[in-house]
Design a protein around this ligand. Structure first.
Ligand SMILES: NC(=O)c1ccc[n+]([C@@H]2O[C@H](COP(=O)([O-])OP(=O)(O)OC[C@H]3O[C@@H](n4cnc5c(N)ncnc54)[C@H](O)[C@@H]3O)[C@@H](O)[C@H]2O)c1
Length: 372
């Protein structure tokens, strides 16, 4: 087991990473000391891991809420359901909520914990790669508004993150690949050496080699913890973590949230951000090809066919990452160094999106021609 620290003064907390942690009663006894515990999970994760976790937690009083699966559960109605349960069971302010699941359950559980009696402790137990390398660390909690994603939420840090890497064994391959998009993103904005490592080990990762996975989860948590410690509430550098997200959120919302997984949309967004960076003279063709090759080897898309460019640009301007001064885009000065660019030229973005769509369509056509 490895332990990292997110350093935020009195809100500091540990991230524990290792195989089989979910069932380690001794470890959990030190982490969860509350007398009353509510586990929030969903219908996919519960049959796999809820019983193991329940048996390992030693609280006097334990309850579980099993939500339906899916992004459409990130609503105020779900928060209300959780708060109803906390009140019904007479939970006090010193109770603890445990979020067992992917980023959806983590975002919901964290926000419910932040609201109940002005804030109770919560523990993140992430079970998807995306949640283990990204969403469980940093204290961003939220639910969606019908008109925009993650619009209602709070910065609210967990008391610890318990990452059992064995849970990734049951993750569907498409969900695993979606998590790799955030891994590649972290390397691109912060760590050239890690990007090179990923190029050399992507096949091991896709094959879910335990040593490679353990290293990736730890390195990502280190990178994310450092940037969160520097800028907890995203007033500056933390915004670098949005590489690919402005394009990505717009694609997700155009696709009605069921066409692309979040990580897939981010992957396309990363490829577009790389091409935009090349137009500004920061990356060269070789850099863009390396980035796209890595994304593809991870099983991720680098272009969306039939993009309606006007609608995409309109959605991008509505992104909550846009400030009152306008759109801010994260681009790359070089591989391993992200940069925040205020007010990029719309004509430049339009050109990059149109060109990337055409180039990739040629690539797809070429593939189908070479297939018997
Ligand atoms: N808070 C943050 O900083 C932050 C950062 C990035 C993304 N997010 C949010 O995270 C969400 C996406 O998270 P996600 O990609 O983890 O999606 P998710 O939570 O929907 O999980 C993906 C799928 O995998 C299933 N699943 C979870 N663990 C499993 C396991 N071990 N085995 C088998 N199936 C499993 C889930 O039930 C679901 O069907 C989005 O809502 C996004 O907005 C938040």
């Amino acid at each position: 087991m490895e332990t990292l620290q997110v350093s935020l003064g009195e809100r500091s907390y540990p991230i524990l990473i290792g195989p089989g942690l979910l069932g380690e009663a001794d470890v959990l006894a030190d982490l969860i000391t509350a007398r009353q515990v509510l586990i929030v999970t969903n219908e996919v994760v519960a049959p796999l891991y809820l019983a193991t976790l329940e048996q390992a937690i030693a609280a006097d009083e334990q309850h579980a809420i099993v939500l339906p699966d899916g992004e459409d559960q990130k609503t105020l109605q779900t928060i209300s359901t959780i708060i109803d349960a906390l009140i019904e069971h007479g939970f006090h302010r010193d109770a603890c909520l445990v979020a067992l699941g992917g980023g959806v359950v983590g975002d919901i559980g964290g926000f419910a914990a932040s609201c109940y009696q002005r804030g109770i402790d919560y523990v993140q137990v992430p079970t998807t790669l995306l949640a283990q390398v990204d969403s469980s660390v940093g204290g961003k909690t939220a639910v969606n508004h019908p008109r925009a994603k993650n619009m209602i939420g709070a910065f609210y840090q967990p008391t610890c993150v318990l990452t059992d890497t064995d849970t990734l064994k049951t993750l569907p391959p498409r969900e695993f690949a979606a998590g790799l998009a955030e891994v590649i993103k972290h390397s691109l904005i912060l760590d050239h050496g890690f990007f090179v490592w990923l190029e050399g080990h992507i096949d091991d990762l896709v094959a879910m080699d335990a040593a490679a996975l353990g290293f990736v989860v730890r390195r990502n948590c280190e990178l994310k913890a450092a940037i969160v410690a520097e800028d907890e509430r995203e007033r500056g550098r933390r915004a670098l973590l949005n590489l690919g997200h402005t394009f990505g959120h717009a694609l997700e919302s155009l696709g009605g949230y069921d066409r692309w997984l979040h990580g897939e949309a981010v992957s396309i967004g990363i490829a577009l951000a790389a091409r935009t960076s090349a137009r500004l003279g920061w990356l060269d063709e070789d850099d863009c090809s390396r980035i796209e090759a890595l994304l593809r080897k991870a099983g991720l898309p680098v272009s969306a066919p039939n993009i309606e460019v006007d609608r995409l640009l309109e959605r991008m301007s509505m992104d909550k990452k846009a400030s009152a001064e306008g759109l801010r885009l994260v681009l790359l000065k070089q591989i391993g160094e992200g940069v925040i660019v205020p007010s990029p030229e719309e004509s430049l973005l339009r050109d990059v999106i149109e060109t990337q769509t055409m180039v990739q369509q040629d690539y797809i056509d070429g593939l189908s021609e070479s297939c018997p």
